[in-house]
Design a protein around this ligand. Sequence first.
Ligand code: AMP
Length: 586
Amino acid sequence: MLDILEPGQHKKRLAVGIDLGTTNSLISYVKDGVHKVVTAENGKRLVPSALALVEGQVVVGAKAVETGKALRSVKRLIGKTLQDEDVQKFQQDCPYTISNEDLLKIDLDGENISVIEASAYILKELKTLAEADLNQPVLEAVITVPAYFNDAQRQATKDAAELVGLNVLRLINEPTAAALAYGLDKKAQGTYVIYDLGGGTFDISVLKLTEGVFKVVATLGDTELGGDDFDRIISKKLGCSITVAKQIKERLSSGDTEELTEAEWQMLAEPLLGKTISMLQEVLEDAELDVEDVDGIVMVGGSTRMPIVRNAIERYFGQKPLTDINPDEVVAQGAALQAQALSGGSREDMLLLDVTPLSLGLETMGGLVEKVIERNTPIPISRAQEFTTFKDGQTAMTIHVLQGERETVEECRSLAKFTLKGIPPMVAGEARIMVVYSVDADGILKVKALEKTTGTEAEIEVKPSYGLSPEKMVDMLKASVLHAKDDVEERMLREARLELSRAIEAAKSAFSADKELLEIEKQKVLASAIETAEQGLKHTDKDMVDACLSQLEKDFEEFAEARVNAALKKTMVGKNIDEVQNGESV
Ligand code: AMP
């Protein structure tokens, strides 16, 4: 579709927020300061995350549910392989066969689709609904993912969006989105618990806000605890069907106590409520927090409408949880707010939601690591540093990208290596090479090297967190503290060696250019002085290396003087005395 805009009437395209849920999904946007959730054809705002094949066509949402044979909860498969326990469990309840090629595939009545494609179908449906509502193309979105999603799961979600032409402005964690919906990012700091009790799953996240950055400090969940369990206990107690039990449960929330009194309901639900409270206890312990440290509790998911749940939370924390926003829509609302801020808002509205977990740097001479972006820097971030060549006439430079807190290359994690070629030959130290590290909001690092005089550049993209487990990260941090002193000594030694090898390089190049200024005997002395200095590079004691440097400088003193005199003589040849005395003025 071609969109023609009159000059001066550029209508701004809206970026949307998408809550891509396991059971239901939502799409919404903020327009003129108002948040609106898009409705499906049946007038409902929740679109079931379900697919089915009808007359050879893949249908999504309520239409898929109507077939009675819908493929549901594909979110549980995203970024996984057939070997995963969860996938095997999923297969047991799923009417379709799952197979593994490069990606997990589902045989949807003969239509073999990948998990990414299945998610893409859902996203496509949401996108179409929003386009019909807004009467304009929807091309950009913020999509929410569970806080515990790993890199593969996040990347797969992004891939699904790209398949349907949605540019993902940012993936944000579901609990973070819920906190944004309540405007908690506007506060200076705080610790928040996000309590998310849906139909079939339960998730708790602890978020810490400092200087506008939300950090997920702990998560805990149960993929088999939710509203369905509450339905089951009513059905068992009253001997009714699950469907009827669910209606009774929902009526109880509005104070209808025809079938059960409040006290009976409270007693009946106690084991389930207790389970969520002990999980809260566990997650707070994990985060080394007491209930008093918690500044707010955000309620997410349809089951948090139950007064018995709200009361249990209030009793446990000693404060009322936040319940003003529709608990089914709070995550989508946060995503929509973030989409608006990223697409049109001012820089101050831009939320910094994450930090670099470890420092990012590059290898410099002597196997040392120079940090370019320190750990715990809020992202997105871009930092530049200038480097230079080590040797005369050097035309290429290898950039070795490293991650970690230690001072030496061997102790850090190697992320990538690339070479900048085509540096014009110059004297060592004269080239100016700008190296730029940028980490985008999704944690993806781009490194660019640029030689300033010629504009030659080279670039690489890396994913710093790929394959790095939280345990490994903690190990790396611990090691950096443990070895802090050794590391400083090692750095000093390597720097001393570096200085010595620079002096050796300079001595060699001067020697080969002008050795005829010296008698043969003197030449031999200096050649052996260079050899001695080269041996000195092997010393493991910094002072010994320094001593070698002083010695070399001393040995070359006389020669250096002779070179200066010879050079001066050269400039005077062919000029008369007056010219020399008056400088270059002709
Ligand atoms: P979700 O997965 O977030 O859509 O949550 C759906 C669950 O919320 C289902 O178990 C519903 O029965 C439950 N739910 C929705 N509204 C209410 C209500 N008013 N009272 C109790 N449970 C509800």
